[in-house]
Design a protein around this ligand. Structure first.
Ligand code: JBZ
Length: 257
């Protein structure tokens, strides 16, 4: 996969690709990343990328020219045109399904806006997709682009090592994870659940599955409805809902499970 990033702050993208899984993916040629400074596509002496909004108002708007020229200067990969993703609060809300969708593409282009946003013609006539990572206020599209790239890269075959992707199996299905413990067995008087020390792998597997269902129901009940549950899971959900279910989102109050 080829990933192009257009930004006014290229150094922000140095860290993620310099470490760990991303670095290895780049080194192994599984992904090629090119970060381009939008400012390089200005033609005036002062390299101006923004201007005041028509109609008045506070703040500055990114000019369309440099962004269009930067995208038009990107070499296409193969025969398909790239998927051009604008990070914007107005975009569709990013999720794992969209990550899957993006992971199938050969070429992604991320446009990271800043200031009050970009000229509307970027959205209308250049972007093929608009994405938001969530409902909180950010100052630019760089961090959202990194979030999207992270989730997409780890879906590309070979990017995760066998150990990391095996780990991923237990996350599959859109449910929360079961509780994990490591040594010591007794930490400051807080003990690891007995069952995990029992060596009874069938019981442990059942306990973990129960924890997954309980946790998800308690903390993210909306995920339960979307999940692919087997008969035993559904029975457990029914039992938990009819019985002694705890208040949703009572995270800190739920230590006694
Ligand atoms: C995003 C102007 O640049 C921005 C500002 C906020 C923002 C983005 C880009 S993308 N918020 C989000 O993903 O919600």
């Amino acid at each position: 996969m080829k990933i192009d990033v257009l930004t006014l702050f290229p150094p922000m993208f140095e860290a993620p690709f310099s470490f760990g899984i991303f670095k290895r993916a780049v080194d192994n040629g599984l992904v090629e990343v090119k970060v381009t400074n939008i400012r390089d596509y200005t033609h005036d002496k002062h390299h101006v990328v923004d201007d005041s909004p028509y109609g008045g108002g506070a703040g500055m708007v990114l000019k369309p020219g440099p962004i269009f020229e930067a995208v038009e200067d990107i070499k296409t990969v193969g025969d398909e045109p790239p998927h051009v993703i604008l990070l914007t609060p107005q975009g569709r809300l990013f999720n794992q399904q969209i990550a899957q969708e993006f992971s199938q593409k050969k070429h992604l282009v991320f446009i990271c806006g800043h200031y009050e946003g970009e000229d509307e013609r970027v959205r209308e006539h250049l972007a093929t997709d608009e994405i938001s990572i969530g409902d909180y206020v950010l100052t630019g599209g760089e961090l959202p682009a990194m979030v999207v790239i992270d989730s997409v890269l780890r879906l590309i075959p070979g990017v995760l090592g066998s150990e990391e992707s095996a780990l991923d199996d237990s996350h599959a299905g859109g449910l929360l994870e079961y509780p994990q413990y490591t040594r010591p067995e007794d930490f400051r008087g807080w003990k690891v659940p007995e069952i995990l020390l029992s060596g009874d792998h069938a019981r442990i597997a059942r306990w973990r599955r129960e924890q997954i269902i309980k946790r998800t129901l308690e903390r993210r009940p909306e995920l339960i409805n979307k999940a692919n549950l087997g008969l035993e899971d559904k029975k457990l959900v029914a039992r938990l809902i009819s019985g002694k279910s705890k208040a949703p989102h009572a995270h800190k109050a739920s230590a006694g499970e």
